[in-house]
Design a protein around this ligand. Structure first.
Ligand code: C2E
Ligand code: CA
Ligand code: CA
Length: 708
């Protein structure tokens, strides 16, 4: 495309006429009108001269040898550079047919013989001027289009009264719009905006007309190729004389590169370049978000402040390069610990999030969201302290390092971000004072509580070896006959110093520390053995129920443990019930379901414990192979006072029965509770009203009695 205007002092006119006597006055008229003139005697020659000289104006006689005026006119128009030249046809015949043909061939105007020479000069002048204006307009439009292409900027307007939309080719290109037969409509304009943002964008633009205000909107579009592009669309209103919005003028720009640059800047601004961890400012930002979230949901969270012990010495001895590599290695260890604890102890809280950041130097922070108790933070701190000191081989040097950790707890210690960091930091100094390589809570009472907990954890490990556990048995009574048909085995810990400790207190700790696996095994073996002993003594065979907690249910090899225990005790599987809680079902993995199915296949009966305290509905439970439903004590307790409870219990019993389950009521303490449960058709019951859990020897006395 040629955007340059031809630079000539005077416009050039070409006269094409086979009659030389006519060419003389024509030339004179045009020279007078300010043109330079060249001449051709036929159509063919006119075309050649046009191609060589590109005149601004052509006077073309219709009837000529070789090529007539119409053909020459059409040929010139179609030739390169022919679109702007002004062509004036000279017709001898004053009829409409030939004037029409002249226009069809692309002439701009015509003049009939005999010619008025003065008028011809004027007309040529005005035609030339109009042609020039037309050409300039065209060229400037082309320039604009090219400029827009380079700037990745397109313009558009929307005529509000006429509801007519126009956009420049660059808008179409940028937005990936095909212009069909009807061109682009205002609706097409939004076609490729990503779905999530589309309504918002079109509303913003519509609102700008209503509110009579300019708009500026950034959004993403998806091109037909699937590629995404960031677009900035800005617009302003033009108003008519009455002050009504008339036209919305806008510009569309591709800002993808800008966005990418912004993203890079964001990464530089918020992440630590050495380790890739969040930096201080991102950490504080997340900490504040966590504070709002924890306030909303009434949660606790912990902030761990880590400082490597004597890191400076590493730097001084081996140099900064090695120091940096050590920091990277420590980061990897840290991330590994966090991942492990996240998957093990915090499975239930799926939306809880752990953020690790490097505040600078050898200082790191970890934010543990939604913890139940400070102990959970201690568990993570302990893991980190155990994990970090592996010796790292860095560039041939074996370097080992330890860490000290301070912990603050939201909201117990503070609800303010800066303060939480400060307190955790100061607790970290306590840890250093305590000889490094340990952790400290900011709040002293947590340190003692946690110590107690960990000493319990150590004691549980020993308790198995030293045979400090006992099983107590609570009879389960058939309500129709009042016969003892079963017993629930409940564990007790006879601690050498602390006396009897209830399972509610140590089972959660055993779960956390993993000792629960060995405890479960012991419970299963003991229950099977004692049940068989009673049968050997000649009492009618009863069922014994054991409790299995949900912790790592799938990883305990539980089926094998049960099979071995049954075999060793010569006990039939139908005399062993397994009590599980809803949280096992909620894990709802293929493995969990597989294990339950294997239990069924063994002929064990599965009881759902504490029903009514969880969240699942009976219809959900129908999907699992359950035999017994144990209605939780809290329901039974409330049933004599609260009418609503009655309705719910009735419904549970009816549904349970319709699913073929046996219904057991737990925690019957009074006669009136027993009567109600009997009325409702509950099958079996247990509770203090009959008997609290008793030792195996005492249980023999109950068996002797037979009914309760
Ligand atoms: P659970 O399975 O719901 O056991 C019933 C609890 O209610 C027992 O508490 C029992 O002593 C108590 N109880 C029975 N009748 C009544 C009554 O009429 N009134 C009241 N107020 N309470 C009654 P316990 O033995 O302290 O056990 C507490 C929980 O510890 C058990 O709740 C169970 O979840 C867990 N647990 C007990 N033994 C084991 C075990 O061997 N393994 C596992 N994993 N968990 C166990
Ligand atoms: Ca139970
Ligand atoms: Ca229960």
């Amino acid at each position: 495309m040629n955007y340059r205007m031809l630079a000539r002092d005077k416009p050039l006119a070409l006269i094409a006429d086979d009659d030389a006597s006519l060419r003389i006055p024509m030339r004179a008229a045009l020279i007078r009108a300010g043109f330079d003139v060249i001449e051709a005697a036929d159509g063919q020659m006119a075309f050649s001269l046009f191609s060589a000289e590109k005149p601004d104006l052509i006077l073309l006689d219709v009837i000529m040898p070789e090529m007539d005026g119409f053909a020459a006119c059409a040929a010139i128009r179609n030739a390169s550079g022919g679109e702007y030249v002004q062509i004036l046809m000279v017709t001898g015949l004053d009829d409409t047919a030939s004037t029409e043909r002249a226009f069809e061939a692309g002439a701009n105007d015509f003049v009939s013989k005999p010619i008025n020479w003065v008028m011809l000069g004027h007309r040529a002048k005005y035609m030339h001027r109009a042609g020039r204006a037309y050409r300039e307009l065209n060229i400037s439009q082309q320039r604009l289009a090219k400029t827009q292409e380079i700037a990745k900027l397109g313009n558009w307007d929307f005529d509000i009264a006429q509801q007519k939309f126009f956009c420049s080719p660059e808008v179409r290109r940028l937005l990936g719009l095909e212009s069909g037969e009807k061109g682009i409509s205002f609706n097409d304009f939004f076609k490729n905006v990503i779905v999530q943002e589309r309504d918002h964008v079109s509303e913003t633009i519509a609102n700008c007309i209503k509110a009579r205000k300019p708009f500026r909107e950034g959004y993403r579009i998806v091109l037909p190729s699937g590629q995404q592009r960031h677009i900035l669309n800005q617009g302003e209103l033009l108003f008519d004389e009455k002050g009504e919005p008339e036209i919305l003028l806008g510009a569309v720009q591709d800002v993808s590169q800008l966005k990418h640059a912004e993203e890079e800047i964001r990464i530089l601004a918020f992440y630590d370049a050495l380790t890739g961890l969040a930096n201080r400012s991102l950490f504080l930002d997340r900490l504040n978000q966590e504070i709002s979230k924890a306030k909303r949901h009434k949660q606790h969270f912990a902030l761990l402040f880590l400082d490597l012990d004597q890191f400076k010495r590493v730097n001084d001895t081996y140099g900064h390069h090695i120091g940096d590599l050590l920091l990277k290695n420590v980061t990897a260890s840290l991330q590994k610990c966090i991942r492990d604890t996240d998957t093990i102890s915090r499975l239930a809280n799926n939306d809880s999030e752990t953020i690790v950041a490097r505040l600078g130097g050898d200082e790191f922070t970890v934010l543990l969201s939604d913890i139940d108790e400070p102990e959970n933070a201690a568990v993570v701190a302990k893991r980190i302290i155990n994990e970090i000191p592996v010796s790292y081989n860095i560039d041939g040097h074996d370097i080992s390092i330890t860490t000290s950790i301070g912990i603050s707890i939201f909201p117990t210690d503070s609800s303010d971000a800066e303060e939480l960091v400060k307190y955790a930091d100061s607790a970290m100094y306590h840890a250093k004072d305590n000889g490094r390589n340990n952790y400290q809570f900011f709040r002293e009472s947590f340190n003692t509580a946690v110590q107690e907990r960990f000493s319990l954890e150590r004691d549980i490990r020993k308790a198995l070896e030293q045979d400090e556990f006992r099983l107590y048995y609570q009879p389960q009574v058939d309500l129709a006959s009042r016969k003892i048909v079963g017993a629930e085995a409940l564990i007790r810990w006879i601690h050498p110093q602390k006396g009897m400790i209830s399972p509610d207190k140590f089972i959660p700790i055993a779960e956390e520390s993993g000792t629960i696996i060995d405890i479960n095994k012991w419970v299963i073996q003991t229950a099977c053995r004692e049940n068989n002993r009673w049968a050997q003594l000649g009492y009618p065979q009863i069922r014994v129920a054991i409790n299995l907690s949900g912790y790592q249910f799938a990883n305990q090899n539980i089926i094998k443990v049960i099979q071995d225990a049954l075999k060793e005790a010569h006990l039939d599987a139908k005399n062993l019930d397994i009590e599980i809680t809803e949280n096992i079902l909620m894990q709802d993995t293929d493995e969990t379901i597989g294990i339950l199915q294997e239990m069924k296949d063994l002929n064990l009966r599965i009881a759902l414990d504490d029903f009514g305290t969880g969240y699942s509905s009976l219809s959900y439970l129908a999907a699992f192979p359950l035999d017994i439903l144990k209605i939780d004590r809290s329901f039974v307790m409330g049933c004599t006072q609260n009418k609503n409870n009655l309705v719910i219990i009735k419904a549970i019993i009816a549904m349970g029965h319709s699913l073929g389950m046996t219904i057991v009521a737990e925690g019957i303490e009074t006669k009136s509770q027993l009567d109600l449960m009997t009325d409702f058709g509950v099958d079996e019951a247990q509770g203090y009203y009959f008997k609290p859990p008793v030792t195996p020897d005492e249980f023999i006395l109950l068996l002797e009695q037979g009914t309760l």
